[in-house]
Design a protein around this ligand. Structure first.
Ligand code: HEC
Length: 179
């Protein structure tokens, strides 16, 4: 490969005078045009960027953070609609005891998830009967709700929190008190 000699070059090499460090000298060659243009472009961009930030054309950090939080809130609201959050206390569960719709939903849940252990008529089997007023573990409606949701691991009563949502558990709580 042949090198362009200084004489043929577009830029005659000029040594920078008085610029000598331990015998190392420098030529005063111009920067390549492509490099300069990229450099000018970054300067132009920085001016535009600062102006655009000030004018609000480009969102600053805080604005982007706020928008992100809004999107999270929207997604959480949408998720909450899919799995309704219900209030569970003695009062709301007592209201379900004579709510025919809740009882019939509870009956469906009972037939598929509970009857095999507690008996189709609530007469008991592997699990305790529901056709009397005696409760071995539960103390009140909320306590029944919690036993159905969390199970009684030591007794062999499975947790249902992964198969049933709170509404379904509330419905079946009401239903087992109707035997
Ligand atoms: C794999 C069998 C099994 C299934 C399925 C099951 N249970 Fe149980 N459950 C038990 C056992 C065992 C106990 C403990 C009671 C006992 O020792 O008699 C129990 C206890 C309970 C208690 C407490 C009873 C008390 O006397 O305090 C409730 C309430 C209850 N189950 C409701 C349900 C409901 C509602 C379902 C359906 C969503 C269900 N169970 C599904 C086996 C089961």
């Amino acid at each position: 490969m042949s090198r362009t000699s200084p004489e043929d070059s577009k830029y005659p090499d000029v040594i920078i005078e008085g610029h000598d460090y331990d015998g190392i000298k420098e030529y005063d060659n111009p920067m390549p045009a492509w490099w300069l243009w990229i450099f000018y472009a970054t300067i132009a961009w920085s001016v535009f960027y600062i102006a655009a930030l000030g004018a609000g054309w480009i969102a600053d950090y805080d604005t982007q953070l706020e928008r992100g939080k809004e999107r999270i809130a929207q997604k959480q609201a949408a998720a909450a609609e899919l799995a309704p959050v219900i209030e569970v206390n003695e009062e709301t569960l007592t209201d379900l005891l004579d709510d025919q719709e809740a009882l019939s939903r509870g009956a469906d849940v009972y037939a598929t998830r509970c009857a095999q252990c507690h008996g189709a008529e609530g007469q008991g089997g592997i699990g305790a009967p529901f056709d009397d007023d005696d409760w071995l573990f539960a103390d009140g409606l909320v306590s029944q709700f919690e036993i159905i949701r969390d199970g009684l691991a030591a007794e062999g009563m499975p947790a249902h929190d992964r198969m049933l949502d709170d509404q379904e558990i509330a419905d079946v709580t009401a239903f087992i008190n109707s035997f």
